[in-house]
Design a protein around this ligand. Structure first.
Ligand code: FES
Ligand SMILES: [Fe+2]
Length: 385
């Protein structure tokens, strides 16, 4: 975060304390509960999601030419490959002969991808190389039967992919003012410390919702993280379809009346958690010395999802001597989220169809919810016009 913005945020938090308030919307909002369980709604959302850049990892995971990763998190089989020229390409992990899954391994290095069914082979740039018994395919326009490429861009070290082929990708434009703000963390020089999936029986949007307000801390997290955070006094800002919620740590008390102009950005940032809501399906959280990334993908049904949790750290922190610390961190993090946040959301998922008036209420003190769900709806509507 740039210094001027950080200073503004710190001042805003101070004023929230003074006035005992938080960021508010003009009015209370209402949202259809069916957004979480209706199959038609889910199908529209899935089509919409395919048109936006989704984060599938960090480039440090495939550093060398020929390095690859397969990725099924989105529900679409994707193959990411580092090219000879240093760029990264994304393909559908599907053989163009009769549709076998081309690459079964999760990660590795290849000069050629050979299909396990009839041994068609593809170069790392996706071009079709060989078709055994080529006379069987006389007349086939071989140049058109390379792997299907998906729009892909590396920005801030993250690998962004759009599932809709032929759509144009421009991550900087998508991030808007957040592009510079994220650059200030130097994420491109960081590495992926861990990258895991969790499948859960709830709509994917619940994962994002959990990062959009701190109002639930005092009750739901009373025995876990509540002692370390204020459940009120949170700045919220919007950046196009994206947003940013600041969680204020109790350690902010130490700087509330201090002269912060003499403090470094990194020390100031230790007193808050910065939740970047990157439309459509990721929340990136700056946790003082590393990023957590939570990306939620819709499952086959509206009440299922796959969640990808990643930890992105500075190189000097991703070393074996610190592994125990990260393990501990991870256990607490996943434990809290699964046992508290998602356990709660699962019960909401179950009763959502019975919600009186099919209506959920978004408080004035929950501006992130107004914005996120408004943007999901607007992007889905835009697709239909
Ligand atoms: S399906 Fe891949 S070679 Fe036949
Ligand atoms: Fe929570």
């Amino acid at each position: 975060m740039q210094r001027s913005e950080l200073d503004r945020v710190v001042d805003e938090i101070r004023s929230f304390f003074t006035d005992n308030t938080t960021r508010m919307t003009e009015q209370v909002g209402r949202h259809p509960a069916s957004a979480y369980y209706d199959p038609d709604w889910a199908a529209r959302e899935r089509r919409m999601l395919a048109r936006y850049p989704m984060i599938l990892g960090h480039e440090s995971q495939i550093p060398n030419a020929g390095d690859f990763r397969t990725d099924d998190s989105t529900g679409v089989p994707v193959l990411l490959v580092r090219q000879a020229d240093g760029t990264i390409k994304a393909f559908l992990n599907i053989c163009r002969h009769r549709g076998a899954r081309l690459c079964a391994e999760e990660t590795g290095n290849r000069r050629l991808f050979v299909c396990p069914y009839h041994a068609w082979s593809f170069k790392t740039d996706g071009a079709l190389m060989q078709t055994p018994r080529p006379e069987g395919f006389d007349g086939l326009e071989r140049e058109s039967y390379g792997l299907a490429e998906l729009p892909c861009e590396v920005r801030h070290g993250l690998i962004w992919v759009q599932l809709e082929r032929g759509s144009s990708i421009d991550v900087a434009a998508h991030l808007g003012r957040l592009d510079d703000e994220l650059a200030a963390y130097g994420m491109a020089d960081m590495v992926m410390e861990r990258d895991e999936y969790l499948d859960f029986d709830m709509n994917w949007k619940f994962v994002i919702d959990g990062f959009l307000e701190v109002y639930h801390f005092a009750k739901l997290h009373q025995n876990s993280i509540s002692p370390y955070f204020y459940g009120w006094h949170s700045p919220w800002d919007e950046f196009g379809r994206n947003g940013r919620l600041i969680g204020v740590r109790k350690s902010f008390d130490t700087i509330r009346d201090a002269d912060t102009s003499v403090m470094s950005n990194w020390d100031l940032l230790k007193t808050i958690a910065v939740n970047y809501v990157l439309f459509p399906n990721t929340v990136l959280v700056w946790q003082g010395d590393h990023f957590e990334s939570w990306t939620a993908y819709p499952g086959k049904r509206p009440d299922t999802c796959r969640v990808r949790v990643q930890s992105i750290t500075r190189k000097e922190d991703a070393v074996p001597e610190k592994k125990e610390k990260w393990d501990r961190n991870w256990k607490i993090l996943i434990g809290t989220v699964v046992a508290e946040d998602w356990a709660m959301c699962k019960t909401i998922q179950e009763v959502a169809p019975y919600m009186p008036g099919d209506e959920l209420v978004f408080g004035r003190n929950e501006p992130g919810l107004h914005h996120f769900h408004g943007q999901i709806q607007a992007a889905t509507d835009q697709m239909n016009t």
